[in-house]
Design a protein around this ligand. Structure first.
Ligand SMILES: [Zn+2]
Length: 119
């Protein structure tokens, strides 16, 4: 039986994803991914010259160095950044905006290093 993923969408995501997004998906979200999706993400990352060395070692190194910064939910999956597909490393108070413009009420949200609100 074929998996439930849409392989074409997965390949499109992999092509557009940053190295950090691919590493986070493989390093922290792999338990929730199907084998076919894992293979697509691994293939994409292994084709990028910026990540030399055996892929499993690169992923393990990312897990070791970046993992302590990641915020995990009670279900042991990482929180996802509200702006991209990276694992969240910050929880910050932001504003829910009416029609995306008018601030209505404050709410905590999760962000990666690139999208955190406060420096
Ligand atoms: Zn982000």
């Amino acid at each position: 039986m074929r998996g439930l993923i849409n392989a074409e969408k997965c390949r499109a995501f992999a092509r557009e994803a940053s190295d950090g997004e691919l590493l986070d998906q493989l390093g922290f979200f792999s338990d929730g991914l199907e084998e076919e999706a894992l293979a697509i993400l691994r293939r994409e990352l292994s084709q990028r010259e910026a990540k030399p060395g055996p892929l499993d070692l690169v992923i393990e190194e990312h897990r070791r160095t970046h993992g302590p910064l990641v915020l995990f939910a009670p279900d042991r999956f990482p929180r996802l950044c509200g702006e991209c597909h990276r694992a969240a490393t910050h929880r910050e108070l932001g504003w829910v905006r009416f029609f995306g413009l008018v601030p209505m009420f404050p709410r905590f949200a999760y962000f990666c290093d690139n999208h955190k609100i406060h420096p």
